[in-house]
Design a protein around this ligand. Sequence first.
Ligand SMILES: Cc1cc2nc3c(=O)[nH]c(=O)nc-3n(C[C@H](O)[C@H](O)[C@H](O)COP(=O)(O)OP(=O)(O)OC[C@H]3O[C@@H](n4cnc5c(N)ncnc54)[C@H](O)[C@@H]3O)c2cc1C
Length: 381
Amino acid sequence: MEKQKICIIGGSLTGLLTAISLSKLNCEIDLIIGGAPKNQKSNRTIAISESNMNYINSLNISKSLSKNIWPCSVMKLYSQNKNDKVSEVFHLDNNNKPKKIFYMIENFRIIKLMMDKIKKIKSISIINNELISDIYDSGLLKSIKIKNNYHKYNLIIICTGNNSNLVKNIFTKNTIENSYKEKSLTTIIKHDSIKNNITRQLFLNDGILALLPISNTKTSIVYSTKELPNANELNFKKKILYHVKSYLKNPILIAKIKSRDLSILIRNNYYKERILLFGDTLHTIHPFVGQGFNMTIRDLSSLENLLREKINLGLDIGTNDILSEFTQKTKPRNFIFTISVDLLKNMFTYDKFKSESLKILNKSNLAKNTFFNIADKGFQF
Ligand SMILES: Cc1cc2nc3c(=O)[nH]c(=O)nc-3n(C[C@H](O)[C@H](O)[C@H](O)COP(=O)(O)OP(=O)(O)OC[C@H]3O[C@@H](n4cnc5c(N)ncnc54)[C@H](O)[C@@H]3O)c2cc1C
C-alpha cells in the first residue's frame, strides 16, 4: 500500500521537531523551509520542562544534545517595591529532587542538531527556500505548488509562527488575538564563573526581567517591558546591567539586544479540510513563564500517538474525524493553560498583588508542587 504523505510548512523549532517526531510513523514527509532556519544566528534561548526534555530525548536527535542543555534546579522570584528596592519573595529548590525545574538550550544549537538529524532521515525530503502562499484542492487530497509543480498530501501541518500570511488567508474567523503592548528584549550576558543553576525572575515596576543560566559563565536575558516612548537600546542595556549586577559578577552583554512585540493568540479552529495548525500558529502566550514551545511539545506527543494509531488501522490521517479527535484532546487544556498564563501575568504585574500573591505562594508547599507539576506536564486531562 502506498504510504500516506504529510507536508510540514515551517523550518523553525515547531516544524523541525514535528518532522522528526512524525518520521517515526510509516509515512512520507515533505518539510518546507521558508528561507534559512530562522533562529540560526539568534540570541534566543528556550527553557524546556523535565517531561518535555524526556520526550525530546526519546527522539534520539543527537548524542551531543546532552552537552548542549543546561539544567536549572532553583527558581527565585523577586519583586520591586515603590521605592525601587528589589527583594526575594519566592524560592523553589529542586536541588535534592529527581526533577530539575527546567533545561535551557540556545535556539540555534537545537535547530542545528535537529537539521543534522533530519538530513539523515530517509522518509523526510527537505524543500528549501520556498515561501508557501496558498494551499489548493486536489481531488480528495490537498496540494501545494512548489516550483510550478503541484504536490499532493493527505495532511498539511502549518508551523509558520504567529504572524503568518498563509494562515491569515486560510483561517479567517474565531481567533482571540490581543497585543500586550509590550516588547520582549533578549540578549546574552557573559560574567565571572559561578555555579549557575538558579533561574531568577524580577517583577520590576515596568516589566519582568528573567535571568536564565546557560553555562557557568553565560546567562540569557529576557526582559518583557512596556512600550516606552523614549526607550532606546542604551537605556535598556544600562537597566539590564544595573539589575543583573546584584547576582552576576562583571557582567557584559555579548549579544545585540533583539526586540519582539508580544501578543496572546487563542484559536477556535485548529484545522480545516486536511490542514492542521501547529506551534505558535495555534497558540501564542506571554514568554514570562517560558511555556510556549512546551505547549507545542505536549501537542506533538498527542499528535504522534493519534496518527500512529490511525495509520496502524489503515485510516486516512487527514480526515476531519481524526483532526477533530486531536482538537478535542488538546484544545481544552491549551485554552485553560493560555488563560491561566494571562491571568498570572496580570496578577504578578499588578502593583498591589505582585509581591503579596508571590509571598503567599511561597509559604505553601502544596501550591509550589502544583505550579511545578503544571509547568512540567501542563494540565492533565
Ligand atoms: C522572548 C521569548 C522567550 C521565549 N521563551 C520560551 C521558553 O523559555 N520556553 C518555551 O517553551 N517557549 C518560549 N517561547 C516561545 C517559543 O519561542 C515559541 O513557541 C517558538 O519559538 C515558536 O516556534 P515556531 O516554529 O512555532 O514559530 P516561528 O519560530 O515563528 O517559526 C516559523 C517558521 O515558519 C517559516 N515560515 C513563515 N511563513 C512561511 C511560509 N509561508 N512558507 C514557508 N515557511 C514559512 C518562518 O521562516 C519560520 O522559520 C519564548 C518566546 C519569546 C518571544
